[in-house]
Design a protein around this ligand. Sequence first.
Ligand code: SF4
Length: 353
Amino acid sequence: MNQTYHALALYSGGLDSILAMKTIQDQGLRVLGLHFCSPFFGHPDKIEHWQRTYGLEIHTVDVHQKYIDILRQGPRFGYGKVLNPCVDCKITMLAHAKTLLDQYGARFLISGEVLGQRPMSQRRDTLNLISKQAGVRDLLLRPLCAGHMPPTPVEEEGLVDRSRLHAISGRGRKDQLRLAEAYGLKEIPTPAGGCLLAEQESAKRFWPVLTRIPEPSPHDFALANMARQYWNKNLWIMVGRNKMDNDALERIAQDQDLLFKAVDIQGPLALGRRKPGMDWSEDDIREAALFVAGFTARKRSSGDPAQIRVTTSGQSRILECPPSTNAQSTTGWGDMSWDQARQEKQDWIETHA
Ligand code: SF4
């Protein structure tokens, strides 16, 4: 049987979420932190450390597929600067947390949002929209900026002492650092976001996965986070940058994927994703082998063909390829820049408006 709690908290691991939990705990109430994990954010490996360091109770909540679906359908309330659908994200987390209240015997929800801290998701009108859309208007307490908000039912009935909540607003961290000291936090997390959807470097890897392959899975997004990424229409290969990448690609490859590796000279391992709806013709495989051979061209005497081993479903064969240093332009393979991904995102939004 699950333990019971007074409140469930959205816990990201950032300072604000820690302080929000501490504020309610400090009133003698039991709070359980929910740490949401998707392909784009979440650190389940840190839960133990957080529990020990901050004296909090935290459970993980798996929302991998849910977030892939949000991005595939296009967020209802739009994107932030990169691929971050912050408003939809908050609504999704709160609506999900609401469904867990009964399971944990909890009465209310808390989040570490601070009025005016983020331009998109923490304006007053957006905070109200989020609570309304998530159906948590009477359930959600924001302990860090509660003084700027109307009292919630748990404050009105006296379960939570409103006078011990805070009235923080704006983008600075001074108030939060003062509170961290007051609560005796042994470690202050850095303000970095930690959400890959808000980073161009990661977003340009995710965009083609979202838009070019059928039914992308959490495994596909794990691949998108690795190695160098190249696309040829809707075909996708990842090329290792070093031994660590090569080993990781080999470990994560699924049986039906294609592995390309030069056998006559040292070169990177490349993984071609193959799954239903991503069909590789013989010409596609040869062109990819040629592209992979290009990564070894500088190490060869000119004119020597490269021997590329192609392995799939336990079967290997060797293809001979003339190596070329400009394989990126002579084959259809190329990488995607953030500018390109951003333009495609814009086009997608206009088409689906
Ligand atoms: S930055 Fe990422 S995790 Fe945070 S609210 Fe936005 S989409 Fe969600």
